[in-house]
Design a protein around this ligand. Structure first.
Ligand SMILES: [Zn+2]
Length: 414
């Protein structure tokens, strides 16, 4: 008979390991936030004992997460000690797959960019196997480029415009790619080094994390990020944390129904917000000769489509000005819904929204002020992202780095 009273004591070494894991993370995060410092300064900043910090730093050095710098003075008194800084020896890759491009970002632990590119791509003419093969090729190339620069890649995150089951590594549905139940992680990991951590996440969520970490509104604890591409997604940071929802499916802002019996959407419904503000609608209204889904010729890079729109705006083409102002008003209407829901300080506009921000933001801000509850709207403004089309890919690499900092003991010693 099993005794219910004699609870088995938790073995102490397990406890100590857990404590050490937390302290490793604390030390690494302190260096990330405060920059290089001596062991004494880290001890003062974290509240950990100096001998503990010395031992933690030894382990972080062995795992190649930090490196030693020159002499650093911890304050006005005392001898200067050797400094400790984040190491550029480990790195991460993020790849965003979208309807008409792949964006790749590779960086080291310090955030230094090593690889950044966008590749023209046509998801609508590629089946799932073809898309995954292209993703694998892009991943191989980026990982090799990191290695050639002396950076060991620790992980890779794929950003996808759709509903993603992050825990299982499965894209549940990505309407604009035509994907349903695609096990991206297992398919991609099969061809890669087994030591590599492979993940998949929603593109807008990853872009929101990138904005929160590196963007124009970095550190703003309540912000909403909007992706402006063929699809429109959103990622909300509230109280400094990414909002995911019960199933991790929050952020399908592009499919907010805004017009009964409106235009058909890629998701199979009608009148979704992205049919009003998505890139396909902009192109259809201003340059219908370049509309999505036309002809069999080479697919223009989104930049080419936007550059043509920009030329017409600069030439004061009345039809172009009118169309962009209209899209700006719809952007403001959606913004008002977001402001009423999340009360953000900032709505960061990414993708093509950022490229045309000088035209979109005035119209959107006027509409936001008109439609949102007065007080929150007055203290919320639209800003253009400066991370461009690589925000989601950068966020993908950032997610790997964030995991390294959360649990340094998962990184094998070099
Ligand atoms: Zn939709």
């Amino acid at each position: 008979m099993v005794s219910m009273t004699a609870a088995r004591p938790v073995p102490e070494p397990v406890d100590q390991l857990a404590v050490r894991r937390v302290n490793l993370s604390r030390t690494l995060r302190h260096i990330r936030v405060n920059g290089p410092g001596s062991r004494a300064a880290i001890a003062a900043g974290t509240g950990l004992h100096k001998t503990t910090v010395s031992s933690l730093v030894e382990e972080l050095l062995a795992r190649r997460l930090v490196r030693e710098t020159g002499l650093e003075r911890s304050g006005s008194a005392g001898r200067p000690g050797r400094g400790v800084a984040l190491s550029p020896q480990l790195g991460a890759v993020g790849i965003e797959i979208n309807v008409d491009y792949l964006a790749v970002h590779g960086c080291d632990l310090t955030g230094r960019t090593i690889v950044e590119r966008r590749l023209g791509f046509d998801a609508q003419r590629r089946d799932v196997d073809g898309c995954l093969a292209d993703l694998a090729t892009a991943a191989d190339r980026a990982l090799a480029e990191l290695a050639a620069r002396g950076v060991t890649p620790v992980g890779l995150t794929v950003a996808v415009p759709g509903l993603v089951d992050v825990a299982r590594g499965v894209v549940v549905v990505a309407p604009n790619l035509g994907w349903r139940d695609v096990p991206v992680v297992s398919r991609l990991a099969a061809g890669l080094d087994p030591a590599l951590q492979v993940g998949v996440d929603n593109d807008a969520n990853l872009a929101a994390l990138a904005e929160y970490t590196w963007g124009v509104a970095a550190g703003t604890d309540d912000l909403v990020y909007l992706t402006g591409s063929v699809g429109v997604g959103g990622g909300a940071i509230t109280g400094g944390r990414l909002l995911r929802g019960a199933d991790g499916f929050s952020g399908e802002i592009g499919h907010l129904p805004v017009e009964l019996d409106g235009d058909p959407c890629g998701c199979g419904r009608t009148g979704c917000w992205e049919t009003k503000v998505g890139l396909a609608e902009l192109v259809r209204r201003i340059t219908p000769e370049f509309a999505y889904g036309l002809g069999d010729g080479p697919v223009p890079d989104p930049r080419e489509r936007i550059a043509e729109v920009r030329r017409r705006l600069d030439a004061q083409d009345p039809a172009a000005l009118d169309a962009v102002a209209g899209i700006g008003r719809w952007l403001g209407l959606g913004g008002a819904i977001l402001v009423n829901l999340f009360n953000p300080r900032v709505v960061v506009l990414g993708g093509y929204f950022a490229d045309l921000a000088d035209h979109l933001i005035p119209a959107a801000q006027t509409q936001l002020t008109r439609l949102a509850m007065a007080s929150p709207a007055a203290r919320c403004h639209f800003v253009a992202s400066d991370l461009g089309f690589t925000a989601a890919a950068r966020g993908g690499a950032g997610a790997v780095i964030e995991r390294m900092i959360d649990d340094p003991s998962a990184v094998p010693p070099g």
